[in-house]
Design a protein around this ligand. Sequence first.
Ligand code: XMP
Length: 558
Amino acid sequence: MVDEKGKQDSHRIAVTGDVEVSAYLEIAKERRGERPEAEPEEQPAAEREAVVVMDFGSQYSWLIARRVRECRVYCEVAHHDAPWESIASLRPRGFILSGGPASVYEAGAPQAPAYIYESRLPVLGICYGMQLLAHQLGGKVAQGVKREYGLAILHQNSVSTPLFDGLPAEMPVWMSHGDRIEEMPPGFTSLAYTENSPVAAMGNDRGIIGLQFHPEVAHTPRGKDILRNFLYKVCGCAGNWTPGSFVAEATERVRQQVGSGRVICALSGGVDSSVVAMLLHQAIGDQLTCIFVNTGLLRREEVERTLNTFQKNMRMDLVYANSAERFLARLNGVVDPEEKRHIIGEEFIRVFEEEAAKIGQVDFLAQGTLYPDVIESASSGSRAASTIKTHHNVGGLPSRMRLALVEPLRYLFKDEVREVGLALGLSEDMVYRQPFPGPGLAIRIIGEVTQERLEILRAADWIVMNEIKKAKLYRQLWQSFAVLTPVRSVGVMGDSRTYGYMVALRAVTSEDAMTADWARLPYDLLGRISSRIVNEVPEVNRVVYDISSKPPSTIEWE
Ligand code: XMP
């Protein structure tokens, strides 16, 4: 996933910070309805409960963390050989050992650090994690006769375990393993079996539990209940980690980090930068200055909306840099999409730096880095991870400006950011916006970007958005927008012949932006959008609907 993303989007320059490619999966999850549990009405002012996932290289490690947090228990992912000192401050109530591609009996296979067992805290080993428990605690793991992959039926043994409280005696689970437990370690009991795994779950009376299957994936329908049982009934957590408690903690942390220093933040009106700005404003008030760069490539009313929300309503110290003319001048005559991106990215950084220089002494730069970036950089340390990071953030700024970073969302998933946004008082409209590319409308005007074309596209785009929202499809669609093509065609209006632009309508469904399908919008809706555009935008006399999927097409036209 990481590599693919890195390759695919390496040319992207996100200047508005609204498109967080590595968080797409998270948005997708939320759209599928996998939302954290409702916040309890009374928030206990208890100490934050945390569980640590030790990552043995599974693609699901982050998903385990996500599921744990959905149960309102704070969770971080740590590298499998992370030193205790890097974890101690979390004061974990338990550990989860992730799956992984290795075989525990191979030379050099990663092992769980001794402190996990010495801590006497509950441990849940999943797949490779379970085999590690067996291997390290004196059992035996060997290659299975048959690789078990896909759905299996889990049968509980007749032993009592809090792990399966409230769960049926038989349930479907998702398996993906070649090795299996041949002999359990001393003191362990088999809790459940499947056709191919005589020991599909095991546990001892110290709260050390192994699962051969993956409770974190959607294919294990009761998996979250199993995890919840582990967290609440084995680790003794109450589940008090909520957006509200996050805001309180994060506010305190920011205050401590920043002291009396001055912070700047590039505000785009996108979800992440808006939430960062709100949080910091709450924490440090006027020590924060936001810089909002108007590239002239934003949608209609976008600038006013952002200024209204943050300057007028929230009374933030906001520098508004109206640089539309500069951007347009630099885009003059440019038709190549990558060149457009490059110019916009570069100009954005220049404007930002100029505005920051006017502020005087600045100590910190606030950024909306999210947890998926952190996990990716930590687990892969790869080129791909760093590509993803730079294109969320205003590329190049930190090192050049030598500012310390403030990243209050660093440990949040995308949907948690949305919840925190709501908790901070941002509107639903603001928090549930469709992604909007950094280079904005410039890559939705095929060919040269001119003021006239921007106005035409804004008018058409406004109608699309308006009708999609009226049809209540806005949140279901990954993105929906208009593209201004350079194609002109003949039309007739009244008694006269017209020669106008062709606008393409693009609406896609997607889970992660890596693949997408064209949305089957109702004909009536398509008809309304088309007739409104040709009637209300005089320069346009033809509307077409893009029915290509990604791949082989892309979502944007440039
Ligand atoms: P494509 O067109 O590659 O787009 O299917 C995938 C997702 O990325 C967004 N996108 C961008 N985001 N800077 C960004 O921040 C860019 O240059 C850029 N180009 C495309 C696009 O809107 C879609 O969500």
